[in-house]
Design a protein around this ligand. Structure first.
Ligand code: GYE
Length: 355
């Protein structure tokens, strides 16, 4: 190939490179080991920085997957994902990094409800809309975020209390003890000793589920909540705290565990203590989330009931951003609904579930 042609081809090649690079938005970015970053993206895409609170549970994995699957290039998005590893300090750093990168939207699953005003004010001043997902934040300044997506955690807590009410009533009827035959002292029913494994303190799931259950329990003088400690939504901590409860209390009737991962740990602790749980067990278990492994445990009769908390929130976030991009109003609060599942129907109810 003669030299002149080579030079012409080289000039054309360089020109194409220059053209291609000016249509890409170079992102200023800070690399850290928990952030997946797109270095150069098509400027037509909507760039979303997502600060996920951690990877502590099966529920969280499903929630992350749902959001990552919705905010994909095919849907017009470029996602920058950061795992906060259950630390608000990490999440605040993530949000500042997104601001530095001049993203179009920030999505946060806040590990706890308080302590967000300062960094969200920085996002507001940078003109970056914020969407809160899964849990809530506690702020006086409602302008700090444009929408929140999640589930009604208080309602979930009440569902747990209402299920226990129903369960005890059915048991009482089954033993054919009519209330008029009961001695006066038993009119309120025999003592029901309850222990609670709580989630991360100050998280919406812990606050809502605790309050919802307690607002039902308060109607029953014979329900005794013996202890309610933090199991941090993890299997290991749930097992550790349940083992402690089993040492302390010899007559536990019910375990209310605020997520399935802590329940899985508690079941191990109960069995290692030589006790049994679930449908035919010493200790009845009410759990939250209703992830796939919890259905396995319900089918095995180890969990009596599971209060669903639907993690599939990604499409809702994508829809909200789509509406905002078109200058339309977006709903301030969007809830995904959940059901109550019972061991007796677990095999039937799990058909078709995606997590
Ligand atoms: O129940 C638990 C996760 O905020 C609803 O957080 C979520 C909770 C969920 O660790 O598994």
């Amino acid at each position: 190939m003669n030299k002149k042609l080579k030079i012409i081809l080289w000039i054309i090649f360089l020109g194409l490179i220059v053209l291609a690079s000016c249509s890409l938005r170079p992102l200023k970015f800070q690399q850290n080991n928990e952030t997946e970053i797109t270095e150069d993206i098509d400027s037509d895409l909507i760039i979303v920085g997502f600060s996920q609170l951690g990877s502590e549970s099966d529920w969280r994995t499903a929630n992350t997957k749902s959001i990552q699957n919705a905010l994909v290039k095919e849907n017009g998005f470029s996602l920058i994902f950061s795992n906060g590893r259950q630390s608000q300090e990490n999440q605040i750093k993530d949000v500042r990094s997104f601001i530095f990168q001049e993203v179009d939207y920030i999505v946060i699953a806040p590990v706890t409800e308080t302590g967000w005003d300062t960094v969200l004010m920085e996002a507001k001043q940078a003109g970056i809309p914020v969407i809160i997902v899964d849990r809530k934040i506690d702020t006086e300044d409602e302008s700090l975020y444009v929408a929140s997506v999640g589930t009604d955690k208080y309602a979930e807590g009440k569902k747990a209390g209402l299920w226990l009410e129903k369960y005890l009533k059915e048991r009482e009827n089954e033993t054919n003890i009519s209330r008029k035959k009961l001695a006066v002292s038993e009119k309120e029913g025999s003592p029901i000793n309850i222990v609670v494994l709580e989630g991360t303190p100050d998280s919406t799931a812990q606050i809502g589920r605790s309050q919802g259950f307690e607002d039902i329990a308060v109607n029953h003088k014979n329900w005794n909540i013996l202890a309610h400690e933090n199991g941090d939504f993890t299997k290991a901590k749930g097992k550790e705290v349940m083992a402690k409860y089993l040492q302390e209390f010899k007559d536990i009737d019910v375990l209310v565990s605020q997520n399935d991962d802590m329940t899985f740990g508690a079941i191990e602790a109960i069995r290692e203590a030589g006790l049994s749980c679930g449908v035919n067990g010493n200790i009845k278990i009410i759990s939250f989330d209703a992830v796939s492994e919890a259905f396995d445990k319900m089918e095995a009769g180890l969990i009596n009931a599971d209060i669903e908390c639907n993690p599939l929130q990604g499409q809702l976030i994508a829809d909200i951003i789509g509406r905002l991009e078109k200058g339309e109003e977006a709903p301030r609060v969007s809830y995904v609904e959940g059901k109550v599942f019972e061991a007796e129907n677990a095999s039937r109810d799990r058909v078709g579930r995606s997590y």
